[in-house]
Ligand binder design. Structure first.
Ligand code: ADP
Length: 168
């Protein structure tokens, strides 16, 4: 079974095979973690993203990491929270499933996730973290190259939520 851990920090400095970007459907950059990843990677990342032509919500696309410590960036688009009755949970689950699948297809061994959708997209952190951890645990139950999944929480409060769920 792969190792699952939660840390507080900046995902752009993680030295893993892939960091996951909470992108938007254009893949052309934005605020929050997306902006930080593009700043860290440099302009080559945006150039590669332009060739992809966008990504629907719940899906994922992989690029190189350029100037980041991570070799790759997996861009996934989380749902915008609008009360929970519009399929948000299923879409958020797809983000984790599809990101892990891309990592496995490339034979990647370590991957770091931010807390997808819980910033500008407004997904309640406790519900989102529960989906993140349950979906990743489920995905790692199947044969995969992935040996380490790190949840990188930006705030101490988010880390508390993740740690409680991981320990529980
Ligand atoms: P979304 O649009 O999917 O909600 P955001 O980037 O607004 O994406 O927020 C997602 C999460 O990423 C939030 O918890 C936010 O605090 C966090 N975040 C922002 N910058 C970073 C960073 N450099 N490293 C890790 N997490 C970050």
């Amino acid at each position: 079974m792969a190792r699952l851990e939660a840390v507080q920090g900046d995902i752009t400095t993680q030295a893993v095979d892939a960091i996951v970007n909470a992108a938007n459907t254009t893949l052309l950059g934005g605020g929050g973690v997306d902006g930080a990843i593009h700043r860290g990677a440099g302009p080559e990342l945006l150039e590669e993203c332009r060739t992809i032509g966008g990504c629907p919500t719940g899906e994922a696309r992989i690029t190189q990491g350029y100037r980041l410590a991570a070799k790759h960036v997996i861009h996934t688009v989380g749902p915008v929270w609008s009360g929970g009755q519009r399929g948000e949970a299923a879409l958020l689950r797809r983000c984790y499933v599809n990101s892990l699948q891309l990592a496995a297809e490339r034979g990647l061994r370590s991957i770091a996730f931010p807390s997808i959708s819980t910033g500008a997209y407004g997904y309640p952190i406790a519900r989102a973290a529960e989906i993140a951890i349950a979906t990743v645990r489920d995905g790692l139950g199947k044969p995969t190259s992935v040996e380490l999944v790190r949840f990188v929480c930006f705030s101490a409060a988010d880390l508390t939520v993740y740690r409680r769920l991981l320990d529980g």
